[in-house]
Design a protein. Structure first.
Length: 223
């Protein structure tokens, strides 16, 4: 049995979890099947080889039909309750809407963007004070749990068609992290929360000059 992982974006936070995912997959399969699996990691679409199951996470490019045919299942893990929130940055866009409950959906990829049959939906909550790295940690933790659960229960997994009206989010860019200097920090806190200090920090413009902000929570640890 060949179980693969595709992450085509090295800048995604999930890329840092690729070794944990490898360990999780190999461990889960060995416990269930006593070995006999081959794990492979791909970061380029043209390097994908034929296999049984491929987990597709943190990817920028949509799989083409010829690429989809190389595996029996191409399992995408998307941070929204599909068919709502298709597209890009679904989790962060939901945070900007001041929601507190969030969903992650696992589905079998199709030619349509985020339009395949669903096999698993899980949810998690945020209190409202979590910053970027903690938000991503919770998303990654649940993503790994879903992969583990799928492997442990495969092939006794049911897939269902998506129902309801689809909504889409556009890709966020650097300009989407611009703060309005005429608004309060409180009213823009969710934008600050989802801004990444390293890759796309919050900023504001004043007197034709750009100012970059880094946000960190004060440590609660006592000496």
């Amino acid at each position: 049995m060949k179980i693969d992982l595709l992450i085509d974006n090295k800048k995604t936070f999930l890329y840092n979890y690729k070794n944990k995912i490898k360990k999780l997959i190999t461990s889960a399969v060995k416990k269930k099947r006593g070995g006999g699996i081959k794990y492979r990691f791909f970061h380029k679409h043209n390097k994908i080889k034929k296999g049984d199951i491929m987990f597709v996470i943190g990817c920028q490019k949509i799989l083409e039909e010829k690429e989809l045919k190389k595996h029996k299942l191409n399992l995408v893990i998307h941070p929204s309750k599909l068919p709502k929130g298709k597209g890009h940055a679904a989790l962060f866009n939901e945070i900007l809407k001041r929601k507190s409950t969030f969903y992650i959906t696992m589905f079998n990829a199709s030619a349509d963007m985020d339009g395949g049959n669903i096999c698993m939906v899980k949810k998690f909550r945020l209190v409202g004070h979590e910053l970027h790295d903690e938000i991503r940690y919770k998303q990654a933790h649940l993503t790994l749990k879903m992969i583990d659960k799928f492997i442990k229960n495969y092939p006794n997994i049911k897939f269902i068609k998506q129902k309801g009206k689809s909504t889409f989010y556009k890709k966020r860019t650097e300009k989407d992290h611009k703060l309005n200097i005429n608004k309060s920090i409180k009213s823009q806190f969710n934008l600050l929360r989802i801004s990444c200090n390293k890759n796309y920090p919050a900023f504001f413009l004043l007197n034709k000059k750009k100012y970059i902000l880094n946000i960190n929570a004060e440590s609660t640890k006592k000496n």
